[in-house]
Structures are given as C-alpha cells and as structure tokens.
Design a protein around this ligand. Structure first.
Ligand code: TXA
Ligand code: MG
Length: 319
C-alpha cells in the first residue's frame, strides 16, 4: 500500500513491521531497532548480507545520547549545523543498540533525515528506526515511491510517499570514532560543504574490499542489470563498441552525433546538484531499455561529482 498517512506508517512500525520511508537522500526500508525479528526482516527483504550494518534514523538530536557512548565536540558542532540533512555520523554504540543493527561492530551510524513526513512518522513512533536504502541488495537506490513499489512492494506493509528525493544520493558518512573525523562514504553532502561545517578538511578513507572499515561499502553496488562502463572518453569507447546497442549517461553533453538507443543527459545546464538528484532514476530508466551497454561519463571530481563517480564506479564493477 502506498500513501501519505504518517499515523498509519507509525502504527505499522510500532507493530514491528517494515515501512518504506522517504528521505531527502533516497528512500529507506525502516523497522524498529529494538525488536530483533524486525531488524532481521530488513536483511531478509533486501536479501542483504548480515555483515552489512544499518544506519539508525532519529527525529531529533536529543534522541542520540542513549544510543552512543560519547558525543565528541566536533560531532556536536556538525550535527548542530547539518541536521536534519544528508550526513550520517559514526559513534561508539551503547548497549541499547543491538549487534544485529551494527553487524557486530562496536560503532553505530546515525542520522536525522530531512523529510517532513518521515520526521513526523518518527515523532509519532517515538523511537529510532534502522533504515537501509529500500532496494534489493546491490541494486540502485530508490528515489521515488514507485521505485520501491516495483522491487519491494510485496515485502513492506506500507510505502510512505514523500515524492522524489531532493538530494538523490545516499548520505555522506563521517566517523567520529577516532581523534579526527574520517569520511567513510561520499554522498549527499559534498566534501567542500563538510569542510566548511567542520572547519577543517576531513580525512577521506573510502572503503573497498581491501579496507574493511565500512563493511558495507562493497565494490559491486548500485549496479544496473545492463553492464555499465564508466569512462572518461565516451567517443572512443563508443567507437570501440561499434555495432553494439549503446545507451548514454552523461552530465551535460549529449553526444548527439552518436547512435544512442537511449540517453540520459543529467543536466544540460551543468548543474551538479540537479544531476545528482536525477542520477538513480536515470540509471533505472536506462536499465529498462534494450541497450547492450550503458556508457557513463566520468563526472568532474568536484562537489557532488565525486559521489556520483563513486556510485558509477561501483555500478561498473562486474562479478
Ligand atoms: O542516505 C542514506 O544514508 C540512506 C537513507 C535511507 O537514509 N541509507 C543508506 O543505508 O544508504 P544503506 O544501508 O544503503 O547504507 C548504509 C551503509 C552501510 O553499507 C555501511 O557502509 C555504512 O552505512 N555503515 C552503517 N553502519 C556502519 C558501521 N557501524 N560502521 C561502518 N559503516 C557503517
Ligand atoms: Mg544501500
């Protein structure tokens, strides 16, 4: 069922059921963190491996205290300025947070999402929820209620429809577990903005297989069914793949002299925020087409372009 009824959403959550919730980044698949069976049902619905920890979502910064051992000063300052918003903070967890949520880690990732329907639902519920992106494990994250409906519609009690996600990329994850802040995942808050809010350039340590710090940051992720190739020279690649049916995913250039069978130009005006907002929906549309390959441009490595390149790079890994 899809709708805008926050009281209904809160009552399903209260009963321990799964509800898809809108956020400014992407849609989440939410359940209470204090009922083990509910947390497990998230992993089951997404077909997500148990070693990939969940982000806890809260409706107010005051909900944070009981969930963590300590709130460092730098984290306080960032929360003050950035919440509600597209940044998740990593803390040492308290015993209120179960090992199921954190996949056995002694840390917990927490954020306050910026969406009125979800904030109201959480306030009505009166407790935090865990919410990964509401997509089958490894696929592109949903930015519309219809994306969730299509893939997980039969697995959730309710989809709270909050329209299209405004940011379009998952939250940036910053760890405050060490002495200095460390960015573990690029996302909806750019490094430039984060630097301004922190007052210093944070260390960036993006996880890969060889670096298990954020265990969920697998190389193969955000993947379309049609193979996607992330390349800086689109023309050369298109000529190498001559004879194949090709689809284009680009920032502002349309390469209209080439014979695309589908194309998605994310922002003809060169607006990176607009491009980020439409990225995942565009990937889904291309994936529904008939191409043999999707050729995705390397975006400028600035602002949200870095996170877009991160997602396209992971989408392009093949098992
Ligand atoms: O924007 C978002 O963050 C969205 C919306 C729904 O809020 N959620 C989201 O969740 O992207 P998910 O599950 O798709 O990604 C969560 C990632 C994990 O894969 C992992 O990389 C990291 O967050 N994470 C969570 N808890 C962690 C922990 N204790 N230590 C290290 N990384 C953690
Ligand atoms: Mg995800």
């Amino acid at each position: 069922m899809i709708g805008k009824d926050t009281a209904l959403a809160a009552s399903y959550l209260q009963q321990g059921k799964l509800v898809a919730i809108p956020t400014e980044t992407v849609y989440g698949l939410a359940a209470r963190i204090d009922i083990d069976a509910s947390v497990l049902s998230i992993f089951e619905a997404k077909n997500r491996p148990a070693f990939d920890p969940l982000i806890v979502h809260i409706a107010d910064p005051s909900w944070l205290g009981p969930l963590v051992l300590d709130i460092p000063e730098a984290a306080k300052q960032l929360m003050d300025k950035a919440w509600p918003g597209p940044v998740t903070l990593l803390f040492k967890k308290s015993e209120l947070v179960s090992d199921l949520v954190t996949s056995g880690n002694d840390t917990v990732a927490i954020r306050m999402p910026n969406h009125p329907l979800t904030l109201e639902t959480l306030r009505l519920l009166g407790r935090p929820v865990a919410a990964p992106s509401a997509n089958p494990f490894g696929y592109v994250s949903p930015t519309q209620a219809a994306h969730v409906e299509k893939q997980l519609g039969d697995r959730v009690s309710y989809i709270l429809d909050g329209g299209e996600s405004g940011v379009g990329l998952e939250s940036t994850i910053v760890s405050f577990v060490e002495a200095r802040p460390i960015v573990l995942r690029l996302g909806g808050m750019s490094l430039e903005e984060l630097e301004t809010l922190l007052g210093e350039a944070p260390e960036v340590n993006i996880a890969t297989h060889s670096n298990p710090k954020a265990p969920g940051q697998l190389d193969t992720h955000y993947a379309t069914g049609i193979p996607l190739i992330h390349a800086s020279d689109i023309r050369r690649l298109a000529s190498e793949l001559k004879g194949q049916k090709l689809a284009l995913l680009s920032f502002e250039e349309s390469y209209s002299d080439l014979p695309w069978i589908n194309s998605e130009v994310l922002s003809k005006e060169g607006d990176m925020k607009a491009a980020a907002q439409s990225l995942f929906a565009a990937m889904r549309r291309l994936d529904e087409g008939e191409a043999d390959f999707i050729l995705a441009e390397v975006f400028p490595e600035t602002g949200l372009g870095r996170a877009i390149n991160d997602r396209l790079q992971r989408a392009s890994h093949r098992k």
